[in-house]
Write a protein that binds this ligand. Structure first.
Ligand SMILES: [Zn+2]
Ligand SMILES: [Zn+2]
Length: 313
């Protein structure tokens, strides 16, 4: 999948702990702690084994997991299982199951990547989740870099990134390169040039896109190679003149900021449909208490912008 991947949604709708003794707040842990919990091969192997054993569907037994893991010592195994119990997994009467917050992240790390090539880099990323304000982490698996929330499992952004881009770079440098790479791909597509083959790209606004949880999305399709990109409406505004000026007047250089820090870039929470036929949407961009309202037509062209300034107290 080469578009924004949104696996968020109703937080807590299937949270088992709402009926149990543990509340959501108690399951919150610091980002550094998540990192240290997952920074261990045995624990990663346990999570992978649980996924393979179908813990997504029903609890799996201690023995079943133990038999799949390459550890001789059951005490050692118990120790690592214990470390995961709490945030990532829950111990029930009939076995172990994933807990909701960790499960989404865990399954997105492993789904379709059960190969030797899979790489797990689980590193903290600055910013917070648009859905729940939780901490963000990044990981790189099968040529795709993702940034998601470890509290609710919402993926902020997920995009293919060539493995060579990781060479000789710190995670901070990788994120910097990733942010330029992704935004330029989307901007290229929005300018009518295919990022894959440089063919001509057709860009449309789509209400209720099937592959996505978005109410409205932007769809880019290459007429030459068929390459498809889907994104939020917000991200196409990153190089819109009025938008750049609005932010720059308020001291924010949009070109330098990591776009996933802006809710309006990674979600459709700031996008509303104002007309169905033809489709028109308005994106509201907040900055320093003021707002820029941008109206776009069905070809994703900006028709009108309006600045709404905060009233003086
Ligand atoms: Zn979240
Ligand atoms: Zn193409």
């Amino acid at each position: 999948m080469s578009q924004f991947d949104r696996t968020g949604g109703s937080i807590g709708s299937s949270t088992p702990e709402t009926e149990g003794t543990l509340g959501r707040t108690e399951s919150r842990i610091a980002p550094s702690e998540v990192f240290s919990i997952l920074g261990n091969d045995t624990r990663v192997a346990i999570l992978r084994a649980m996924l393979e054993l179908g813990a997504d569907e029903q609890p799996v037994s201690f023995t079943a997991i133990f038999e799949r893991i390459d550890v001789d010592d059951s005490a050692n195994f118990s120790y690592h299982l214990e470390k995961l119990t709490g945030h990532f997994i829950a111990h029930r009467e009939d076995g172990y199951e994933f807990r909701y917050p960790g499960r989404k992240v865990v399954s997105s790390i492993f789904t379709g990547t059960l190969t030797e090539r899979a790489q797990l880099g689980f590193f903290p990323v600055a910013g917070s989740c648009y859905a729940c304000d939780g901490p963000l982490h990044g990981w790189y698996v099968d040529d795709e870099l993702s940034i998601g929330c470890t509290d609710c499992g919402t993926i902020q952004v997920s995009y293919p990134f060539p493995a060579g881009g990781l060479d000789d770079r710190t995670t901070e440098d990788v994120l910097e390169a990733f942010q330029h790479y992704v935004r330029h791909h989307y901007c290229l597509a929005a300018d009518g040039v295919c990022p894959e083959c440089t063919g001509s790209v057709e860009t449309d606004l789509v209400a209720d896109p099937d592959e996505d949880d978005l109410d409205v999305a932007v769809e880019h399709v290459c007429e030459r190679c068929g390459y498809r990109l889907e994104s939020t409406v917000g991200i196409t505004l990153l190089d819109a003149a009025d938008v750049l000026v609005f932010f720059s007047k308020r001291g924010v250089d949009l070109n330098a900021e990591q776009f996933w820090r802006f809710d309006w870039c990674v979600s459709d929470e700031h996008t509303e449909i104002v007309d169905e036929n033809p489709l028109r949407v308005r994106v509201t961009l907040p900055c320093e208490g003021d707002e820029l309202r941008v109206l776009l037509d069905e070809t994703v062209s900006v028709i009108e912008t309006a600045v709404v300034e905060r009233l003086p107290e």
